[in-house]
Design a protein around this ligand. Structure first.
Ligand SMILES: Nc1nc2c(c(=O)[nH]1)N[C@H]1C(S)=C(S)[C@@H](COP(=O)(O)O)O[C@H]1N2
Ligand SMILES: [Mo]
Length: 212
């Protein structure tokens, strides 16, 4: 909590400009957010360095692994480009970020899996986790991204691969992702256990536990 808030204050003193600057953009900036052109780095711990040769991504139903992809296998899946606005709970928003990767839909199709439950947890190499309802990952809404602005995703931003769920606060977009797990119930992840909202819709300003 403390770390995130301090960074937000620091950012407010440099490159920010308010929503009033361009009224045409106002309907793209959720309440309490301000635009930035930077791409701030927010991590709970040090950046893990994962070589693509050792990278693995596992799809699990509960405790049971259903399919594991290595880097090359993963790149045989259909590649999709998404350009989306992103919103961090520390109050920065960034417009038109361009990503490429594999839609969760295409991962499930490749594994021959119909979503078995309404809830998932994303897991990462640094021990991070975050919960996202299954409905928010499918129908073209989310991907495992490997390219940012046409280049390999830098390690600080979650490379080699991160989850991208752009319509929820950015802490849901797990960096260094290595598994997606279907769960019976909504199980809270790293920040959700530490005071952040279970769902995290920026348009409803669902920042903290108990926000409506
Ligand atoms: N694995 C992992 N993913 C993570 C985090 C983290 O600490 N570890 N931080 C989250 C938070 S709080 C935010 S706001 C975004 C920040 O992504 P960025 O550093 O690319 O801006 O990543 C999210 N994903
Ligand atoms: Mo965050």
């Amino acid at each position: 909590m403390l770390r995130l808030r301090l960074e937000a204050i620091d950012m407010a003193t440099r490159g920010f400009f308010g929503r009033q600057q361009d009224p045409a953009l106002a309907n793209r900036i959720p309440p309490g957010q301000a635009l930035t052109k930077d791409f701030p780095v927010l991590s709970a711990g040090p950046t893990p360095r994962i070589e693509t040769v050792q990278w693995k991504f596992t799809l699990k139903i509960g405790p049971k692994p259903v399919k594991v992809w290595g880097w090359d296998q993963f790149h045989e899946l259909p590649q999709t480009k998404l350009t989306r606005d992103i919103h961090c709970v520390t109050t920065w928003s960034k417009l038109d970020t361009a990503w490429q990767g594999v839609l969760i839909d295409d991962i499930l199709a490749d594994a021959g899996v119909e979503p078995p439950t309404g809830y998932t947890l994303a897991h990462s190499y640094d021990g991070y986790s975050t919960n996202v309802p299954t409905a928010d990952l499918i129908a073209g809404k989310a991907m495992i991204a490997t390219l940012y602005e046409g280049k390999p995703l830098p390690p600080d931003h979650g490379g080699p691969a991160r989850l991208l769920v752009p319509h929820l606060y950015f802490w849901k977009s797990a960096k260094w992702v290595n598994a997606l797990q279907f769960t019976e119930k909504d199980e809270l992840g790293f920040w959700e256990l530490r005071g952040y909202h279970a769902y995290g819709d920026p348009w409803r300003e669902q920042r903290y536990t108990g926000d409506p």
